[in-house]
Design a protein around this ligand. Structure first.
Ligand code: FAD
Length: 428
């Protein structure tokens, strides 16, 4: 039986193994295995909510092993560190527990078809001090680490017999930085409900720092201006055209040698693929992303595909497909078709990215964005309830893709009930 390995169970990889499992795994035409370094999947666009405690991974995460058992694929816990395209194998690092004791030794897995869907990590562009002093939102573990630090800072302010502020500095005015800024005000506002009246949104000071001339550089002007207005209304200081050259214990240092003091520092500027990707033998761009053909096969190997944030897929207009959940979703759908086409000896299809628009969710305060498509005759600016509805529906579509309609609807109902029964934020 042919072996298909998919590495990375994120926005793209998890949707792909679910489809492959039902199509090829169930009928035993292929053995499908998902590899992920984590036990649990959480849709990455929700990580800023994990970071602020608005979302609890214990309630909202998906366990890969349980999911695999229902959707006709296998799951292996592990971190891919190498690939041998000649031998058609990948290597997973030795698995260690929290104390550093080895649970499993280094392993090698063989494949006939390999799909790399390992996402991206923040790009600190080698900026001094960032790795030591900043939090990142690349994984749910990192988001949870930030949530703990945030909670501790809230506790400190609550106990302090003064009116000191909690200063948070976020580098990167993309969707992550913007959404996180708004979410921080939302949770700071919620604290009084849970008896922490000493700490409130009034004592929160968020500085959002962007090197470019405006926040949300990848989105149209109107969305960026609307988001900036809303953030400023909340109390966020939006510092545009501000380049950070160093991170220190006390805060960020700008190119003008000014210190932006911060109790908590987050780096959310730019993405790149992990460093080991450059060593796999695939052609990569300067951000380590794997260059792919229009069929999403890697340039170097017919039987190795790359999808989502870890790949660099050139479009007809000369630009790369943007690193977004909708790109990963569309790529997973195409690779699903192309793997089947290979099995049947048919011609592979080419990837054409369809931009359905972009939305930025400013917590419960506002949602702004644009919709693209035939229906709107190009780009249509939306905000408010309609925008929020479309934003939520993106996550719902992902839930439907990985659970099927009936279970996805049940889960949505359970979550609604959970929102009534459980605290509105994670308090531990
Ligand atoms: C806070 C935030 C908000 C965002 N908001 C939006 C939004 O509103 N709309 C939008 O379209 N996009 C948004 N994005 C971007 C979007 O999340 C990504 O583009 C998308 O998740 C990419 O999907 P992927 O499948 O390529 O990777 P991911 O979803 O990141 O999944 C990668 C998976 O690979 C696993 N993995 C990584 N390395 C290894 C390894 N070496 N071995 C084994 N497993 C590994 C990871 O554990 C993970 O499960 C946002 C991102 C962030 C961080």
């Amino acid at each position: 039986m042919k072996k298909i390995l998919v590495v990375g169970g994120g926005a793209g990889g998890l949707e792909l193994v679910t489809k492959l499992g039902h199509k090829l795994g169930k009928s035993q035409q292929a053995e499908i295995t998902l590899i992920d370094r984590s036990h649990t999947h959480i849709w990455k666009p929700l990580l800023h909510e994990v970071a602020t405690g608005s979302l609890d991974i214990n309630n909202d995460g998906l366990n890969y092993r349980a999911h695999a058992a229902k959707h006709y694929y296998h799951f292996q816990l592990g971190t891919m560190v190498a690939m041998d395209a000649e031998q058609k194998t990948i290597t997973l690092a030795a698995l260690q527990d929290e104390e550093g004791t080895e649970v499993l030794p280094q392993r090698t897995l063989s494949y006939d078809t390999l799909v790399l869907a390992i996402g991206s990590i923040s790009n600190d562009f080698g900026t001094e001090g960032v790795a030591e002093h900043c939090y990142f939102l690349d994984s749910h573990q990192q988001a949870e680490r930030f949530q703990q630090a945030l909670l501790n800072q809230f506790l400190k302010r609550q106990q302090a017999d003064d009116d000191s502020t909690l200063d948070v500095a976020i580098v990167g005015g993309g969707a992550t930085g913007v959404e996180l800024s708004a979410e921080l005000y939302h949770v700071a506002d919620l604290l009084k409900v849970y008896g922490m009246s000493g700490m409130s949104a009034k004592r929160l000071k968020v500085e959002l720092i962007e090197a470019g001339p405006r926040i949300l550089p990848a989105l149209p002007d109107r969305i960026a201006l609307s988001a900036r207005k809303e953030l400023q209304h909340l109390g966020v200081s939006v510092l545009e055209s501000t380049r950070i050259v160093r991170a220190e214990k006390e805060g960020f240092v700008t190119a003008d040698d000014a210190l932006i003091k911060a109790d908590l520092m987050i780096w959310a500027a730019g993405v790149k693929a992990a460093d080991f990707v450059a060593e796999l033998g695939c052609e990569v761009n300067r951000n380590n992303q794997i260059l792919v053909r229009p069929t999403l096969q890697t340039k170097a190997f017919d039987n190795v595909y790359a999808i989502g944030d870890c790949c660099a897929c050139l479009q007809e207009d000369g630009r790369f497909v943007p690193p977004r959940a909708q790109s990963a979703h569309q790529m997973a759908s195409l690779v699903f078709k192309n793997i089947q086409a290979t099995f049947r000896g048919e011609k592979l299809q080419q990837f054409h990215y369809k931009d359905h628009g972009s939305l930025v969710n400013l917590s419960r305060y506002s949602t702004v964005g644009s919709l693209m498509g035939n229906l709107t005759g190009g780009s249509m600016f939306i905000e408010g309830r309609l925008a929020r509805l479309v934003y939520i529906s993106l996550y719902r579509l992902h839930m439907i893709a990985i659970h099927g309609w009936s279970k996805a609807i049940l889960l949505m109902i359970v979550r609604r009930i959970g929102k009534v029964l459980k605290p509105k934020m994670k308090l531990h």
